[in-house]
Design a protein around this ligand. Structure first.
Ligand code: 5AD
Ligand code: SF4
Length: 446
C-alpha cells in the first residue's frame, strides 16, 4: 500500500446519507484513505447528494463547478483528484451527470456503495468513468465494514430499513432508494452491540419507513420494529433508543405500547402528516385522513403522555386551495407539535404530482410563512415549558464556549451546560434555566 490518500465526503440531506457517508468512509479506509478537512488537496472527493426537494441536481452541478479548479490545481501539481457523485441525485440522474460534467469520474447510487472501492480503484487506474446505479439483491451492509474500532461519539445512527413502497405522489424516495428492504434482526443487533462496545449509549434506528420494519428474526419469524426495539433495549450499556422516519399507517398497536412500557425508548416521535385536508391527503396518496392521524396521536399520548411529537408539512401541493390549507392549520393547532419541518411543494421529476397543475409560487410561500409562524409558536411553547424541569441529558460534545458542553434531552432538544468534559457519554440530570427556539440551557442538578 502506498502513502495515505486523502478523502473528503460532503453529505447533503437526511440522516441516512450521514450514515452511508460514514460507511463509505470506513470502506475506503481499508484502501488507505484518511479523512481530509477540505476538498482542497483531496485525492478523492465524494458528494453524497439528496434529491428530495428544490433544485437538488443544480446544487450538485454548481458544487462540481467549484471543485473543478481544485481538481485542475491538483493535476498541475502532479496529483489526481477523483470526483464521485453518490446518493439520490446519482441514482436519479445516472449517466446524465457524466455528460453534463465530464470531470466526474464515477456515479454511484445508494444501493451500490459496497462496490465503491472497486470503482474508485478502476477510475484511478485509468479505466475511465464508472457508473453503478443497480439495485442489487444482496445487503450492501454485509460488504461495508463498520466504523473503525476507535471510541465513537455517544450517539449513533443505525440503518435498519431502506427504501419505500408507499409512493406518496410528491416523493422521489421510492425511485431513488428503491423498494422497501429490512435488514435481518440479527445483523442489526450485532451492529448495535458493536457500537455499544465502542462507547455508544444512544442509537437512532434509521429507515425511510422505519416503522414498516419487518426484518427476518433469528427464530425464522419476521420481527416488527417493536420487537426489534424490545430486543435492542436488552443490550447492557445501551441507554437510549430512537427511530425515524415513520408513516402513520405503520404505527401498530405493539409499537404504541412500546412507547408506554420500554423506558429506553425516548419520548420523541417524528410522525409526518404533510397536510391536514382530506382532499389533499388523498391526492398525495397518503392513504389516511386527518381525523385518523389525530386519533393516532391521541393513542400515542395515552401510552406516553409526555411524548414530544414532531412532523413534516408541505404547502402548495397541486390542487391545494385556501380551505385545504386552513385544514392544515387546524390540524397543527389540534396536535400541538414540539418541533416540525415544513416545505414548499417542489415538483420532483418523474413523480405523479409533478405533472399536475401547480399552485403559484407566491401562494406556496405565503402559506409556508403562516404555517411556520404557528409551528414556531408551538415549538417555543414546548421549549419554555421545560424551564424549571430537571431532565436527563446525554452529554455529547464540547459547546461553543470553553467549559461548555452540549447534550440531548429525551425530547431531542440540544441542552447547553457547563460541566466536566469527562462526563461525555454519561446521562446526567440537568435543571433547565433558559430556553430559546432551538436549544435549552441549564445547570447540573444537585
Ligand atoms: N416537495 C416538498 N417537500 C417534500 N418532501 C418530500 N418530497 C417533497 C417535495 N417534492 C418533504 C416531506 C417529507 C420530508 C422528508 O420532505 O415533508 O416528509
Ligand atoms: Fe416518500 Fe415517506 Fe411517502 Fe415513502 S412514505 S413515498 S419516503 S414521503
Amino acid at each position: 500500500m502506498g502513502k495515505a490518500k486523502k478523502l473528503f465526503i460532503k453529505t447533503y440531506g437526511c440522516q441516512m446519507n450521514v450514515y452511508d457517508s460514514e460507511r463509505m468512509g470506513s470502506a475506503l479506509a481499508a484502501d488507505g484513505y484518511v479523512p481530509a478537512d477540505s476538498p482542497k488537496d483531496a485525492d478523492l472527493v465524494i458528494l453524497n447528494t439528496c434529491h428530495i426537494r428544490e433544485k437538488a441536481a443544480e446544487k450538485v452541478y454548481s458544487e462540481l463547478g467549484r471543485l473543478k479548479p481544485l481538481s485542475e490545481a491538483k493535476a498541475a501539481s502532479g496529483g489526481q483528484m477523483t470526483v464521485a457523485v453518490a446518493g439520490c441525485v446519482a441514482q436519479a440522474e445516472g449517466g446524465e451527470i457524466l455528460s453534463r460534467q465530464p470531470m466526474v469520474d464515477l456515479v454511484v447510487g445508494p444501493q451500490a456503495y459496497h462496490r465503491l472501492p472497486g470503482m474508485v480503484a478502476r477510475a484511478r487506474g485509468g479505466e475511465g468513468a464508472q457508473i453503478d446505479t443497480e439495485f442489487p439483491a444482496e445487503d450492501k451492509f454485509d460488504h461495508l465494514p463498520e466504523a473503525p474500532k476507535a471510541r465513537r461519539a455517544p450517539a449513533a445512527f443505525l440503518t435498519v430499513q431502506e427504501g419505500c413502497d408507499k409512493f406518496c405522489a410528491f416523493c422521489v424516495v421510492p425511485y431513488t432508494r428503491g423498494s422497501e428492504v429490512s435488514r435481518p434482526a440479527e445483523k442489526v443487533l450485532a451492529e448495535a452491540r458493536g457500537l455499544v462496545e465502542r462507547g455508544v449509549v444512544e442509537i437512532t434506528l434509521l429507515g425511510q419507513n422505519v416503522n414498516a420494519y419487518h426484518g427476518a428474526g433469528p427464530d425464522g419469524a419476521d420481527w416488527s420494529l417493536a420487537r426489534l426495539i424490545r430486543e435492542l433495549a436488552k443490550i447492557e450499556g445501551l441507554e437510549r433508543l430512537r427511530y425515524t422516519t415513520s408513516h402513520p399507517n405503520d404505527m401498530t398497536e405493539d409499537l404504541i405500547a412500546t412507547h408506554g412500557d420500554e423506558p429506553k425508548l425516548m419520548p420523541y416521535l417524528h410522525l409526518p402528516v404533510q397536510a391536514g385536508s382530506d382532499r389533499v391527503l388523498k391526492a398525495m396518496n397518503r392513504r389516511h385522513d386527518a381525523a385518523s392521524y389525530i386519533r393516532l396521536i391521541e393513542r400515542i399520548r395515552a401510552a406516553r403522555p409526555d411524548i414530544a411529537i414532531s412532523g413534516d408539512f408541505i404547502t402548495g401541493f397541486p390542487g391545494e386551495m385556501d380551505a385545504d390549507f386552513e385544514a392544515t392549520m387546524a390540524l397543527v393547532r389540534e396536535v400541538r407539535y414540539a418541533s416540525a419541518y415544513s416545505f414548499k411543494y417542489s415538483p420532483r421529476p418523474g413523480t405523479p404530482a409533478a405533472e399536475a397543475e401547480q399552485v403559484p409560487e407566491g401562494q406556496k410561500a405565503e402559506r409556508l410563512a403562516r404555517l411556520q409562524a404557528l409551528l414556531t409558536e408551538q415549538q417555543t411553547a414546548f421549549q419554555q415549558a421545560c424551564i424549571g424541569r430537571t431532565l436527563p441529558v446525554l452529554i455529547e460534545k464540547p459547546g461553543r464556549h470553553p467549559g461548555q458542553m452540549v447534550g440531548r434531552s429525551p425530547y431531542l432538544q440540544a441542552v447547553h451546560l457547563d460541566c466536566d468534559p469527562g462526563l461525555t457519554g454519561r446521562i446526567v440530570d440537568v435543571t433547565i434555566e433558559k430556553a430559546s427556539a432551538n436549544s435549552l440551557s441549564g445547570v447540573l442538578a444537585a
